[in-house]
Structure formats: structure tokens, C-alpha cells
Design a protein around this ligand. Structure first.
Ligand SMILES: NC(=O)c1ccc[n+]([C@@H]2O[C@H](COP(=O)([O-])OP(=O)(O)OC[C@H]3O[C@@H](n4cnc5c(N)ncnc54)[C@H](OP(=O)(O)O)[C@@H]3O)[C@@H](O)[C@H]2O)c1
Length: 289
């Protein structure tokens, strides 16, 4: 298949390219500028970029990992957030419809308010987004699901892995190694997702031309504090550097759901999804086994 990947310099895009490099597919690596891994300029907010690319290469699938994913920044830069997470998605839908291309898109647990007692959401649960980022991502989903497009939407949760920008795991490990005090909440609970698992699921959904919404996350539910403790245990680092705090102490700009997690039955059944345990993902990230 000919696969266009957008946003390849991001955490998820980077990993998708890694997974696809082991496949037989013809892969086009793009971002809004030709830099890093990207050798095609495809800014998803530019209809011209998309039209030019599709007219020349006519891909079978687009995997869209481009987004404005900084949750707090979206609260203050609402126009940029709308441009990428809403208008960019609309542009992708239009061009994919015109060229009969499958769109594999990534969304978020933040479309839920986190008030469900179990914190385990089904694909069919009613969304209730809290912050601006969450609302923009839900709007992106709605544009896709209300179109006649062949699409898969993979919703995911707190993604981590090896990348030049820090994420929850690399931030905690680096901070503790450097002897820095960090604050981690015990009242926000997630099912953290190893990025290569998400990427494998995106590739699987694309290869199968899977249609619909799919939950994709890690197999264990834990608070940010527990993530910190697990990392400290794994690398024998000093847990005393971790301040136990509550969400209200952090003054985060965007509201976040308290407790999220996903029922994974659908993606296990239809995408052959096989999530890696948290400790095994640390083995893969830091010991390469
Ligand atoms: N990370 C998480 O914990 C998490 C959780 C749930 C869902 N998600 C979703 O997962 C997806 C990937 O997120 P991520 O964590 O990989 O984010 P990321 O690391 O910020 O990567 C996003 C990439 O998109 C690129 N981009 C931004 N605007 C663009 C545009 N107009 N055209 C083309 N590329 C553009 C960025 O380019 P620059 O490098 O130039 O900035 C960046 O490389 C997003 O849909 C996000 O909502 C992420």
C-alpha cells in the first residue's frame, strides 16, 4: 500500500515510521516542514499542500498523527488548536473522499470527563469533553464519523516512549536521575500507552481498512504517582524525590478527566491489538529487549 504519514516528527509519528520501516509498504513521511524524518511538506491546514501531494502520489491510506497535542497550550492558543485539530482534519477528510483514500486518525481519552466510576470507557460511551483540546479533538472525530469516508479512529491514553521530546516516562526517569524533586498527582488515573503498541495498532487498522472507532491503550490502570513509583522501583531511583500532590495543587490551565481507561476487547478482536505491560515496555525502551 501507499501510506502517507503526517506529523512524523512527533512522538507517535516517529514510532509509526519505525514500525512501517519494517513493512513492504511505500511510505511517505511528512510534516508541516521538510525537517527531521519528513521528506514531504504536508501541512494539514493547507488544502494546497494536500491537493498537490494527493494529485502526485495518490496514497491508499493516510495515517494522521499531526495534531496540536499540548493540552494547556490549546486553552490559550485556541485558533491554532482549531486550525490543526478541526480544520486540518476537515481538509484531510475532503481530500481522502476525493481520492478514495482510507484515513486512520488518532484521538484521545480526554473526550470523556473521567467521572465514570470504573474509569473504563467503551467506544460507544457518550463523550463529555472538558478542556479546549478535548473539544477540538471530539469535533475532529465528528467531522470524520459524519462523512462518507473509510476511516479508523484510534482513541488512546497518555502515550510514552523513546523520543527527543520528554514524555511522562522519560521526564520522570530523567528528573529522578538528576536528583530533581517532581510533583505527581495521585488523583488522575490513566492506562498509559506504549507508543509502539499504538503505532502497531494504527498500521494494523490501515492494513485491514478497519472501519470505526477503536480503543487503544496500555493494559494497566494507574495514577501518575504510581507511574513515578513504578519507574523509581524499576531503575532503583529515589522515591523521596516525588512529591505526592492533588490535581488542585497543580494549577493546570486545562481541565483534565480524573479517571480514564479503555475496554480493549474491540481492538484485540479486530486489530489483533496486544498491549505491552508497563514493565515490559520499560525493558523495550531502555534495554532493547
Ligand atoms: N501524547 C499523548 O499522550 C496523547 C494522548 C492521547 C492522544 N494523543 C493524540 O496522538 C496524536 C499524536 O500526538 P503526539 O503525542 O505524537 O503529538 P506531538 O509529539 O506533538 O506530535 C504532533 C506532530 O504534529 C505536527 N504538526 C502540528 N501541526 C501540524 C500541521 N498543521 N501539519 C502537519 N503536521 C503538524 C507537529 O509538528 P512540529 O514537530 O513541527 O511541531 C508534531 O511533530 C495526536 O492526535 C494526539 O491528539 C496523544
Amino acid at each position: 500500500m501507499k501510506i502517507l504519514v503526517t506529523g512524523v516528527n512527533g512522538l507517535v509519528g516517529n514510532s509509526i515510521i519505525k514500525i512501517l520501516s519494517k513493512s513492504e509498504h511505500e511510505v511517505f513521511k511528512s510534516s508541516r516542514k521538510i525537517e527531521g524524518l519528513a521528506d514531504h511538506k504536508v501541512d494539514i491546514t493547507s488544502k494546497d499542500d494536500l491537493e498537490l501531494f494527493f494529485a502526485k502520489f495518490n496514497p491508499d491510506v493516510v495515517i494522521n498523527s499531526a495534531a496540536m497535542a499540548n493540552v494547556d497550550l490549546c486553552e490559550t492558543e485556541k485558533k491554532s488548536c482549531d486550525d490543526v485539530n478541526i480544520n486540518g482534519v476537515r481538509n484531510l477528510v475532503d481530500v481522502c473522499l476525493k481520492y478514495n483514500c482510507h484515513l486512520t486518525h488518532i484521538s484521545t481519552d480526554y473526550i470523556f470527563d473521567g467521572q465514570k466510576k470504573s474509569g473504563i470507557y467503551l467506544e460507544s460511551d457518550a463523550p463529555s469533553p472538558q478542556g479546549y483540546y478535548a473539544k477540538s479533538k471530539l469535533e475532529g472525530e465528528r467531522i470524520i464519523t459524519s462523512s462518507n469516508l473509510k476511516y479508523s479512529i484510534l482513541r488512546t491514553i497518555l502515550v510514552y516512549g523513546m523520543h527527543e521530546k520528554l514524555n511522562i516516562v522519560t521526564y520522570i526517569k530523567k528528573s529522578l536521575e538528576e536528583g530533581n524533586i517532581i510533583s505527581l498527582v495521585d488523583d488522575q488515573i490513566r492506562m498509559p500507552t506504549y507508543v509502539d503498541d499504538l503505532s502497531a495498532a494504527c498500521v494494523s487498522a490501515s492494513e485491514k481498512n478497519a472501519i470505526g472507532i477503536f480503543n487503544v491503550c496500555g493494559p494497566e490502570q494507574m495514577s501518575y504517582l504510581e507511574i513515578g513509583n513504578r519507574i523509581a522501583d524499576y531503575f532503583t531511583l529515589d522515591k523521596n524525590l516525588i512529591n505526592h500532590v492533588k490535581t488542585k495543587d497543580l494549577n493546570q490551565r486545562a481541565l483534565r478527566p480524573f479517571k480514564t481507561g479503555f475496554d480493549l476487547e474491540k481492538s484485540i478482536k479486530f486489530l489483533d491489538y496486544n498491549p505491552t505491560s508497563f514493565n515490559n515496555s520499560l525493558d523495550l525502551m531502555f534495554n532493547g529487549n
